[in-house]
Design a protein. Structure first.
Length: 273
């Protein structure tokens, strides 16, 4: 299905996540002529992508009309500085879609015109390969049509889930927002454990990478829960069971991840305050 919007789209910030979104929109057929980038120095790969599609980029893009959607894809501290620049561009039917971590709906609305429609979303780094999971919430001013537009834009890089309680976004950030790093760490630790067990470091890295990738793909394709899949590959008193006795023991993986996610959620709340 071709991605279409009611009016222009302004992408504020064309870094890693902004660039991933841009690539996803173009892949879904969004008209490049409707896209404008506000970023004084996008990364070379994003600048090249924009140039190939004739997309205008700069510090003050010349929009033909008020944007249908303004996507705020910058770091939290920069978001607050840029909001005054965005304010004059907001039209009666514009929606601001923010993926700036820690910037609450309330903090965004305080710097924007009254009754501005705002959506806050948390994708993750897998957006760069079109496999993100994004959780979004909206303020009361967002219309069903604006919800549809924001959903379409976010679905260009993966799955989208909407929630009503914005407070849950701290836990979302801790689980899925930061989650890819936990998986990368798992692959890193697996490789080091293999090396410690006697494998060549290169082979250990290769095995760890392929194992994490294959298990993730199996999880994606299966209707079984993670627990059911784990139990299916665990023979009583076998090698996997011996390893799981360690991982599932006192202060094992569940305890570590529970504490890790709690720490990330706490930090997210601190950044939001």
């Amino acid at each position: 299905m071709t991605l279409r919007l009611a009016g222009p789209l302004l992408l504020v910030g064309a870094g890693k996540m902004g660039g991933a979104l841009l690539e996803g929109w173009l892949r879904q057929g969004l008209d490049p002529a409707s896209i404008f980038i506000q970023d004084p120095a996008p990364p070379p790969e994003v600048a090249s992508l924009a140039a190939r599609h004739g997309i205008a980029a700069g510090t003050a893009p010349d929009l033909p009309s008020a944007p249908s959607v303004i996507v705020l894809a910058v770091k939290p501290d920069l978001a607050q500085k840029l909001l005054p620049e965005i304010e004059p561009m907001i039209g009666e039917n514009s929606v601001v879609l923010s993926i700036a971590a820690g910037r609450t709906l309330a903090s965004l609305s305080h710097a924007l015109p009254p009754d501005t429609a705002i959506v806050r979303a948390m994708p993750n780094t897998a957006a760069s390969v079109g496999s993100s999971i994004t959780v979004a919430c909206a303020n009361a001013e967002v219309t069903p049509e604006q919800t549809r537009e924001c959903t379409s834009l976010l679905e260009a890089v993966g799955e989208v889930v909407w929630i009503d309680d914005e407070n849950l976004l701290d836990a979302v950030t801790a689980l899925s927002g930061s989650g890819p790093a936990y998986v990368f760490l798992l692959a890193e630790c697996l490789a080091e454990a293999g090396r410690a067990a006697g494998l060549d470091a290169g082979l250990a890295r290769r095995l760890a990478r392929a194992t994490v990738e294959g298990a993730g793909e199996l999880l994606r394709r299966s209707d079984l829960s993670p627990q059911e899949l784990r139990e299916k590959v665990t023979s009583p008193k076998g090698t996997t069971a011996a390893a799981l006795d360690v991982l599932m023991g006192v202060e094992g993986m569940q305890d570590l991840l529970t504490r890790a996610v709690a720490a990330a959620a706490k930090r997210s709340r601190e950044l939001s305050s």
